[in-house]
Structure formats: C-alpha cells, structure tokens
Design a binder for this molecule. Structure first.
Ligand SMILES: *Cc1c(COP(=O)(O)O)cnc(C)c1O
Length: 357
C-alpha cells in the first residue's frame, strides 16, 4: 500500500466551471489561466479538460512549449513575456504570444529579427506591478507600429482590487485610466481576471483571463464558490494512520499547542505541510472524516496532522479523510490558515500523487 495522501482532479468540474465563465462573458474570448502547473492541478490534464477555451495563459516557457507540442492550436500567452533574445526565437518557432510590459523587451524585439509575434501590450493603470506607464504608451505604440509587423496587438491591463468589495473605486479608476490611455486605438483589449468577470461587466472586452474560478474556488472572501455555481476541482485526501486516546489535560503535537479539556479520541492523518497542507492552519480548521465534519487539533507537522474523533462515529484506522474538496472548501481551509485558496492550490507538493478522473 502506498502512502494514502493524494489529490484527485475532477476534470468534469473544470469543464463545468469553464461553462460558468462562458455564461458571464458570452461575447468575450476566454484565455484560461493555467500558470503554476494549472494552479497545482497538473498542466496537460487541465488544458485538455479546458480545450474549449479560446486561449491559454501562463508564464513558464517550457510548459507553453509542451502545450504546443501536445497539439493545442489556440493562442498561448506568456504573461511575463520573454526574458532573452534566445527565447524570442522559441516564441516564434512555437507561435507563442507575449506580454510586453517593459522597454527592455521592446528593445530586444526591435534588435532581433523576430517581428511577427502576437503581442499583448501591458499598461500599468495603477497596480504598479507590470506594464508601461500611461505616459509611455503613445511612444511605445508608435515604435511598435513603425518597426514591427506584429500579427496582432492586444492592449492589456490587470486589476489590483477586483476581489475587494470595499475597493470598487480602485477598479473604476484603473478602468478609466485604461480607457483614456487607449482611446482611439483600434486594437483588441483584455482586462478581467476572475473577480472582474464575476463583479465588473464593464471590464469584459475582447479577452478575459479567468484563473481561480476555473478551479472552483472563489476570488472573494465574502462569497463562497458554491454560491457562484463553481465546482471544486481538487480534492486533497488521505487516511487516518494512528489513533490516540488522551486524558483531560494532555497535549497534542509540537509545542503542545492543543490541550484537551476532557478525555478525547485523536486521529493522526497522513498529510502535513510537506504535502502542501498549510502549517499556519489553526485548531478548529474543518476537515472531513468518513464524510463527517471534524476539526484540526494543534500544530500541523511536516507529514502529519491531528484531528478530533471524539464525537465522530464510525471512524477507525484507515478511515478516509478529506482535507479540502467538496464539503470542506479550500477557501475555508485557507481562511483558517490566514491565506488564500490560490496559495494552497499551487503549493500542493510534487510528492502528492495527482489522479485525474
Ligand atoms: C494570474 C493572472 C490572472 C488570473 O487571475 P485569477 O484571479 O486567478 O482569475 C489573470 N491575469 C493575469 C495577468 C494574471 O497574472
């Protein structure tokens, strides 16, 4: 018997979530974001389940090439573009699209003979991460138009706060900045991530870039995924590999962080932070054991964690445990660990076997 820790990947949930995106944006093309090994779900199985997407976006060149070599014909966009002239040749060879966000990249292109890429020109409208400043934009555009036979140019920006209901103003400001900067330019546009797709129809434009919602998690702290009709794609599961009976006053795990105030039955689960379960999850983080909700106790270890079996019936050695999935959402676990589902999903450790079904 192998170690029972595994991540099951529900491919039909991915396909379902893509249709949910379609319902929001029937008139936009969908660029499915599959960076970071498809948010930890596995690149190729995920891309296959999302093959009806109009394009893919990621930032790892080797992954982009393997998508092309697997036969995907859609646009494949590299979200940080190219990092060297050598890479430019590969972009051309594999017909990859590039975000261009910096004048150094512009120079690289102009100095090379690779002038036929599809480009997504990124404008910094307020996030201050990547992109040309609005003041630089006219000069960049004219340089591009003079020198380069780009197949297509798409104008692009990214929102800093579309997931924050208290910061609507920030989205509106970024949108206005984008509109003013790109006014009169007859090119396609791409702005929206998952949060903007769900809450800001004014941002839709030609291409949308959903990530987290495709994986069935919510971009919002104030709205859960199931209320958005999104289905969780990943189930992280394991089994109980030991049972302890403790007395009132006994402590559990490293630093004795949890102390029993009554006699308790404790289950030890084969899953820890080296599998990607967050070490910062606190006592009371929900888990599912034999389909019943229970809770984490004390500090998560590298390879194991402890759960409460005291009032839970029909649990024994080898009882199945779900760390996140359908009835315990990854968003809930993330909330108890002071982080987001994004971080938990893409931190799934390579040692955890992924089983797509
Ligand atoms: C990751 C990413 C997205 C997807 O964001 P979600 O919040 O996961 O929908 C979209 N656009 C860019 C530029 C990104 O880096």
């Amino acid at each position: 018997m192998p170690r029972p820790t595994k991540a099951s990947i529900n491919l039909s949930a991915l396909t379902h979530n893509l249709t949910v995106v379609r319902e929001y944006v029937p008139r936009s093309r969908i660029m499915a974001v599959i960076k970071a090994d498809a948010y930890g779900h596995g690149l190729l199985p995920t891309a296959n389940a999302l093959k009806a997407a109009d394009g893919f976006a990621l930032l790892e060149l080797d992954a982009a090439i393997s998508l092309r070599e697997s036969g995907f014909q859609q646009p494949i966009l590299l979200l940080e573009g190219f990092f060297s002239t050598q890479e430019l040749a590969l972009f051309e060879q594999y017909q990859l699209s590039a975000v261009i966000h910096h004048s150094e990249q512009l120079m690289m292109m102009l100095d090379s003979k690779h002038h036929t890429l599809d480009l997504f020109l990124k404008i910094n409208t307020g996030m201050n991460r990547l992109g040309f400043a609005p003041e630089q934009f006219p000069a960049v555009m004219s340089k591009l138009k003079e020198n380069i036979s780009t197949n297509t140019i798409t104008l692009m920006t990214h929102f800093a706060c579309a997931d924050q209901p208290s910061q609507k103003e920030s989205v509106i400001q970024q949108l206005q900045c984008f509109e003013v900067t790109t006014r009169g330019q007859n090119y396609s546009r791409s702005l929206a991530n998952s949060a903007a797709i769900i809450r800001y129809p004014s941002t839709y434009a030609d291409w949308v870039r959903p990530g987290i919602m495709l994986y069935g998690a919510s971009p919002f702290a104030d709205q859960n995924a199931s209320s958005l009709n999104l289905r969780p794609v990943m189930t992280l599961s394991s089994k109980i590999i030991a049972i302890q009976h403790i007395k009132s006053g006994d402590r559990v795990g490293y630093h004795g962080l949890f102390q029993a105030d009554r006699p308790m039955r404790i289950g030890i689960v084969a899953c820890g932070y080296a599998d990607g379960y967050p070490r910062h999850a606190t006592t009371d983080t929900p888990v599912l054991v034999n389909n019943q909700r229970s809770r984490l106790l004390g500090r998560v270890s590298m390879d194991m964690l402890a759960i409460d079996l005291t009032d839970i019936e029909n649990t024994e050695l080898n009882s199945p445990v779900i760390l996140w999935g359908k009835d315990v959402s990854v968003d809930e676990v993330a909330h108890h660990a002071g982080t987001t589902s994004y971080e938990l999903l893409c931190a799934l450790a390579p040692r955890v076997e992924k089983i797509a079904y």
